[in-house]
Design a binder for this molecule. Sequence first.
Ligand SMILES: Nc1ncnc2c1ncn2[C@@H]1O[C@H](COP(=O)(O)OP(=O)(O)OP(=O)(O)O)[C@@H](O)[C@H]1O
Ligand SMILES: [Mg+2]
Length: 336
Amino acid sequence: MRVLAVDIGFGYTKATDGQQSQVFKSIVGEANTAQFGETLTPAQTTAPRQFSLAGEEIFVGELAENQSRGRSFTLDPAQFIAKYAKTLGLAALAPYAEHGDPVRLVTGLPISFYRKFKDPLTTLLQQRHVLTIVSPSGERVDKALYIEKVRVIPQPFGSLFNLMLNAQGRTLQQRFATEKIGVIDIGFRTADFTISDKTRYSERGSLSTDSGMSVAYSAIANLLQEKSGTQVELYRLYEAVTRGSIKIKGQKYELAAVVQQAFTQLAVRIAAEVNRLWADDWDIDTIVLTGGGGLTLAPYLAPLIQGEVLPVPADQDARLSNVMGYWKYGMHIWPA
Ligand SMILES: Nc1ncnc2c1ncn2[C@@H]1O[C@H](COP(=O)(O)OP(=O)(O)OP(=O)(O)O)[C@@H](O)[C@H]1O
Ligand SMILES: [Mg+2]
């Protein structure tokens, strides 16, 4: 029996089978007929990005971003789960499942959507799915994806399990199992805060807010709109922010100052949320900062948080921490 994990974020979809992993932007678009053949697909992408699912021909990820005419992207949670979670999840898992073989799946939801959407998400995924994988050359292969069991956990617990468990699902670092740990998971749309007290979930210390990286990106996009007259889609800003500049209609705009300002403002806002939420939990031993935004914001945020903040490992893509932990948790609850 195979254990797979998927983290369907508002920004990025992440999946792993414990050996390999992949990340792509959480964007779904209409597949256009590939009249230019292979040149449409970036050469470095080996995982499939074109599918036929429930009668629809779709692109996902960067291929949808760059090539689809009708592109969909939403920050609304109910719509996100109903419309995109299944498509993105199956697309991400497709390379890791053998045709028709049963797999068990661990996935997560943000703290605030956990109760409401845990069962609907389970129902949506725990099925026999049929999809067609379309290779860059146009070759079509049908695949039956049989997800026989689904476990949904609160998203930040993924990062905690990633630190706590080894690849066999056994406890590796005892301290994470015996201490009181605060987890701050900063994603694209949400900031999730949770406390694990000797691995027990603390309702009081847990909260989702809208303080994801998109807040900072919106501020940057608004400023760019004022200067250039063009509204840049938020999910197209990461590269520009990293580069420190963006070219719009031939004109280059420097971003370093506005980025610094937007990140500082977001960090101040998150620190205020955390310090308020955990005011009574002054006995937290360690605070774990995670999520892709956790890495980006760490230099701004760590100094503002009261407590010992564990540095984000720089050698690993912070966006993958949750999904890696989901997978280890799967190995823990479904030992081979
Ligand atoms: N290599 C990278 N490529 C893209 N974004 C990155 C990278 N490294 C860090 N980031 C940051 O990570 C953020 C996305 O983080 P993450 O994948 O954890 O969010 P998400 O899980 O999709 O969102 P949410 O948790 O709100 O659903 C981006 O907005 C960006 O600021
Ligand atoms: Mg996330």
